[in-house]
Design a binder for this molecule. Structure first.
Ligand code: CA
Length: 233
């Protein structure tokens, strides 16, 4: 369930893109101006942005440059759309930090292929392929978590949290990082919320003996690990 922000002032194009994306299982938000796009980015960090070059007010190019210069958004995948077919424009777009570039008119098939390619390069957790760790299996396509034949019942937030942890194993994630990557709304949620959901996740994983895969790292955050730590009881 990747989040895609579509920044496009032409509503017909924005609707066509979002229709295709939703059909393919993406969560879509549309912004029609640079200001609106910036507000959305501040509110929720998406997995990918489809950014039109020509926008009223600030251009898509300026917006991409701004995102690249800020630490929170510097790795944000961006696909630029433009009506210009000029090679120099393409270079300018890529220089500004776009990951890919598509000239209008384009086929939605091509756009979807580019989106998948950019997400594959940038964010492995955005892929819909199943992940396995320590006998635990999570399948984003069917939203199932299982151990062997045994299914694990977990809520949507715990599912997203588990997905993120499983696709970024053996690394410690702070509560703030988890809020930003899993909840996407770091401004309005308390860090304690993370603890609540980790607790629920562990409870859900207890019947299948997988709760110990999620380790609390004192003063740092959480880590998904297959290596049993001697310091964790
Ligand atoms: Ca436009």
């Amino acid at each position: 369930m990747s989040r895609v922000l579509v920044v496009e002032d032409e509503s017909a194009i924005a609707e066509l893109i979002s229709l295709n994306l939703r059909h393919a299982g993406y969560e879509v938000t549309i912004a029609t101006t640079a200001d609106q796009a910036q507000l959305e980015i501040t509110r929720v960090l998406p997995d990918l942005v489809i950014l039109d070059w020509m926008l009223p007010g600030q251009s898509g190019l300026a917006l991409a440059k701004r995102w690249r210069s800020e630490s929170r958004t510097k790795d944000l995948p961006v696909i630029m759309l433009t009506a210009r077919a000029d090679e120099t424009d393409k270079v300018a777009g890529l220089d500004a930090g776009a990951d890919d570039y598509l000239t209008k008119p384009f086929s939605t098939n091509e756009l979807m292929a580019r989106i998948r390619a950019v997400l594959r390069r940038k964010a492995p957790e955005a892929l819909d392929s199943a992940v396995e760790l320590g006998g635990l299996r999570l399948d984003p396509a069917t939203r199932r978590v299982s151990v062997g034949e045994q299914e694990v019942k977990i809520g949507p937030t715990e599912f997203r949290l588990l997905h993120f942890l499983m696709t970024h194993p053996e690394r410690v994630h702070s509560r703030a990082q988890l809020l930003d990557r899993v909840w996407g709304d770091h401004v309005f949620i308390e860090e304690r919320t993370v603890d609540v959901h980790v607790k629920r996740l562990r409870e859900a994983l207890t019947p299948v003996k997988c709760a110990q895969l999620i380790e609390t790292v004192r003063g740092a955050g959480y880590r998904m690990t297959q290596q049993m730590s001697a310091t964790v009881g």
